[in-house]
Design a protein around this ligand. Structure first.
Ligand SMILES: [Zn+2]
Length: 486
């Protein structure tokens, strides 16, 4: 590997001999190539004593070339070189959970700036959950006046006895969507259904099986409050809400959640049981598959595609048009999904979940994880369309902590999403990340110090135990850990 300080590392780097002062990068000649050589996102850079030339076939290609040049400018002197580059995967996502704790629009823009620098192209925005609904809705105003506020926050050992909440206005969302579009990032909102829906049910109790008035959840975990699958009222609500969301987000994808939906109330609900019988299903996982498929069909009418978490596969009847996001899949259904020529995104709990400490998930573990995960047949690997690195925020209420957990992990996943396998090298990544850090600092992001990234075994054990002792109360471990992705 040639020593150039760029993340993600480019496809090919050729040294031409000699060096130039990086001031030469200030002016750049652009050549549009219409032959298709560089694909949707690729580009070439030629840098020598005469200056710098960028060639690309698309606006995205020119944008990514510029991100490479921004990083090269961090060095005072550069080798004369020629780069040709294109991504390994077309879907390169980062997830921010704004439901458990919100970030200000400015903070989100800072993260988006950093993500764009690392050539991410999808912002998976988690906007609804048991602890808060964060999208302004004109059609369903109680989603905001009731569903956006919880009475307290009781995540782990932290108990904050103050009302918490808010939501992003349509104007703020449109502003962020436009901000992302300028940076070649698609914003994909997640409406998590039928589980993780307490905030919606608190606002509109008739959406649930029991139709009882309940408050928002204030703890982390998995809850039994599901939207009722046997009631047409649920679907007319969701269709209308999805129409409102589709209007607001120009993305090709909408995320429909589908994770962690215990069927306790569906089991008892006369309407859900009747629907299951009417459809001739053997189990309620099939009812969830049917529920999700109706929403997928509705999205298709809006010209949108759906992404769902891997539990949506448990009924074995999911619409093959859906893209599955694999986070924890002991049954191996996501790999089978890819092997049947449907799309999957790698979002592995053990390697990518940023809410856990470095002692539990060291950076090297994140970096070493192969997005073409176990069980995917080599011949079907193109159905792994990419990666998403998630940051859940039950335990992350301030921006410094968020940045500490997200960086360098976001950069590690960015490199896995873009760089060809043969060019991956963890030691080189660490060195390059150090070189890129001043640039991230200027954007407003302060990464974890390198001494924290890969603790030795003893420290891993001590710190991980400390984290669970401090952050997670025993009741919720029983309730959630081991099967939760939140
Ligand atoms: Zn029901």
């Amino acid at each position: 590997m040639k020593k150039i300080n760029v993340i993600p590392y480019p496809e090919t780097v050729e040294l031409l001999g000699g060096t130039v002062n990086s001031a030469v990068l200030e002016s750049c000649e652009k050549i549009t190539d219409e032959s298709g050589t560089y694909g949707e996102e690729g580009y070439a850079i030629q840098l020598d004593s005469r200056g710098v030339t960028v060639t690309a076939g698309t606006e995205s290609g020119f944008f990514y070339a510029e991100q490479t040049l921004r990083q090269l400018r961090e060095s005072a002197e550069l080798p004369c070189l020629s780069i040709t580059d294109r991504p390994a995967f077309r879907y390169r996502g980062f997830l921010i959970d704004s439901a458990r704790h919100m970030q200000s629009v400015e903070e989100l823009k800072t993260l988006i700036d950093a993500a764009a620098l690392l050539k991410f192209n999808k912002f998976h925005w988690h906007l609804s959950d048991d602890q808060g609904f964060r999208i302004e809705s004109e059609r369903f105003p109680l989603l905001n006046s009731v569903g956006s506020y919880r009475d307290s926050s009781d995540f782990g050992s932290e108990h904050l006895n103050v009302r918490y909440g808010g939501y992003y206005t349509k104007a703020e969302i449109r502003d962020l969507v436009a901000y992302c579009a300028e940076r070649r990032i698609e914003v994909i909102p997640e409406l998590d259904v039928p589980g993780h829906a307490t905030a919606m049910i608190a606002a509109y109790p008739a959406l649930s099986c029991r139709r009882l008035s309940i408050p928002l959840e204030t703890k982390q975990g998995i809850f039994n409050n599901l939207l009722c699958a046997g009631s047409e009222e649920t679907f007319s609500f969701l269709f209308e809400l999805l129409d409102e969301i589709c209007e607001l987000f120009p993305s090709q994808y909408i995320h429909l959640g589908g994770d962690e939906a215990p069927k306790t109330y569906w089991e008892k609900c006369p309407k859900c049981r009747a629907k299951k019988a009417e459809l001739g299903f053997d189990n309620l996982e099939q009812l969830q598959g049917w529920f999700t498929n109706r929403l997928i069909a509705h999205l298709a009418e809006n010209g949108k595609k759906a992404i769902v978490w891997n539990e949506s596969l448990n009924g074995d009847n999911l619409d093959p048009a859906a893209t599955v996001q694999m986070w924890m899949d002991r049954r191996g259904k996501s790999a089978i999904w890819a092997n049947r020529a449907s799309s999957v995104i790698a979002c592995p709990f053990g390697a990518y979940y940023c809410d856990y400490p470095y002692s539990m998930t060291p950076v090297k573990k994140t970096y070493d994880y192969d997005p073409v995960f176990k069980g995917v047949a080599p011949i079907m690997k193109k159905f792994v369309i990419g990666v998403t690195v998630p940051l859940w925020t039950e335990y992350v209420s301030d921006f410094d902590r968020l940045c500490y957990l997200a960086f360098p992990r976001f950069a590690a996943v960015a490199e896995r999403g873009w760089t060809k396998k043969e060019n991956l090298n963890y030691d080189s990544f660490c060195r390059r990340f150090a070189a890129v850090t001043p640039l991230l600092n200027r954007l407003g992001v302060k990464p974890a110090p390198q001494s924290d990234w890969d603790p030795n075994q003893l420290n891993r054990l001590i710190k991980t135990i400390g984290f669970f002792k401090d952050k997670i109360d025993p009741e919720s471990i029983k309730n959630s850990f081991g099967s939760t992705n939140r």
